[in-house]
Design a protein around this ligand. Structure first.
Ligand SMILES: Cc1ncc(COP(=O)(O)O)c(C=O)c1O
Length: 401
């Protein structure tokens, strides 16, 4: 099916790009639940295992439903290829295992997702991989952090939870001048709003658990990159380490991609309206949302994200000190009657969370302070409910401190 790729619009590819139909001519993509494949001959099996012939051999190495998801996501990201994993974190692990060795150096933003900071800053450090964490938005700091052994720059934009936006093209230039690669975690913007490869990134990383699924059902992850990186660098890690995406989960996320664009547009419109309302709320200290003119990287975000702020915002409640701030944030969350108190994001249901005690709870207080994850901060992953209902649910807690 790849032969129609150049002529079709992204919205068409989102519902059409996949492996070929089976002999039954199903309209919706088939779900192939199998862990093994019958080989046509011993010679063919040998060629397939050696990589000399196309053909499925064993579920850890590949599956037609998983391939359909990978082809569709690659098409949306404008990448040559994609390789999927069981979760977003295992996609990062696969990337690091494929690209890095003892003595190599990685530069990341210090406001990345908490588990990413943990994985690269602590877990990989035990294997001798060095890392430097810099300000997300300070391009000079990224440049200054480059060392002769720098192999990877890794940025997430917008970031979780403060929605800081970095200049992908500027970071790609720094990476390439250093002989390193740039990976962008595109979980918040998704290819519906932002296509990092067209801005110079080498790898796009996804937590498919979020907007690609879109309805909070399954865990999934993926790396989109050149065919060479996927086949020669990442696939061997998948084969030996086995962070394989399950076929059922691949099928759910594959179908999720069909509605990605309209969900992202609708949820982003809800998020912008909610951010404007929160910005005017007397109990709110500050709102972080790239679609607001008050956001420090508003202009960059609009240029880089198809004029759209995305569906996640964060805000800080007004309080006298951190203790009161935490109590007030907890009060707002405990007062919810309709929206969900949940640390996930990317669902059609609005999800709210207290990052300092959940997603960023494993960080030290110093790391949290550097990341700006203060005790009064609440993250809202805005869903598809009616705006008035979301506002009313939040207002209940915000007006009864
Ligand atoms: C920005 C970002 N990247 C990566 C991940 C990790 O993805 P997963 O939970 O699918 O492992 C998350 C999860 O919340 C995330 O928000």
């Amino acid at each position: 099916m790849n032969d129609h790729k150049p002529e079709l619009h992204r919205n068409t590819l989102a519902v059409r790009e996949a492996s070929e139909r089976s002999q039954y001519g199903e309209n919706s993509e088939a779900l192939y639940l199998t862990s093994g494949y019958v080989q046509p001959s011993a010679e063919a099996a040998a060629r397939r295992f050696a990589g000399d012939e196309d053909g499925f051999t064993y579920g850890r190495y590949g599956n037609p439903t998983v391939t359909s998801f990978e082809q569709r996501l690659a098409a949306l990201e404008g990448a040559e290829a994609c390789i999927s994993t069981a979760s977003g974190m295992s996609a990062i692990l696969m990337m690091c295992m494929g690209l890095l060795k003892t003595g190599d150096h990685v530069i990341c933003s210090h406001s990345m997702f908490g588990s990413t900071i943990k994985l690269i800053g602590s877990d990989l450090a035990r294997f001798g991989v060095e890392s430097t964490f810099v300000s997300q938005t300070d391009i000079a700091a990224w440049k200054a952090a480059v060392k002769p052994n720098t192999k990877l720059l890794f940025a997430e934009t917008p970031t979780n939870p403060l929605t800081e936006v970095c200049d992908i093209r500027a970071l790609a230039d720094i990476a390439h001048a250093a002989g390193a690669l740039l990976c962008v975690d595109n979980c918040f913007a998704t290819p519906a709003l932002q296509r990092p490869i067209s801005l110079g990134a080498d790898i796009v990383m996804h937590s498919g658990t979020k907007y690609l699924d879109g309805q909070g059902r399954v865990m999934a992850g993926a790396l989109c990159a050149s065919q060479e990186l996927v086949t020669k660098t990442f696939l061997p890690v998948l084969k030996s380490a086995g962070m394989t995406l399950a076929p059922f989960n691949a099928w759910v996320v594959l179908k999720g991609l069909e509605t990605l664009e309209i969900r992202m547009r609708a949820q982003s419109a809800n998020a912008l309206a909610l951010a404007q309302w929160l910005e005017a709320h007397p109990a709110v200290e500050r709102v972080f949302y790239p679609g607001l003119a008050s956001h420090p990287q508003h202009a960059l975000a609009m240029a880089q994200q198809s004029g759209c702020g995305g569906a996640v915002l964060s805000f800080v409640v007004k309080a006298a000190d951190p203790e009161q701030a935490r109590a007030r944030a907890f009060h707002v969350l405990d007062s919810l009657q309709v929206m969900s108190l949940s640390t996930n994001l990317g669902d059609t249901k609005t999800l709210m969370a207290h990052p300092a005690s959940t997603s960023h709870g494993r960080l030290t207080e110093a790391q949290r302070q550097t990341a700006g994850v203060v005790q009064g901060l609440i993250r809202v992953a805005v869903g598809l409910e009616h705006l008035g209902d979301i506002q009313a649910d939040l207002d209940r807690g915000l007006t009864t401190f």
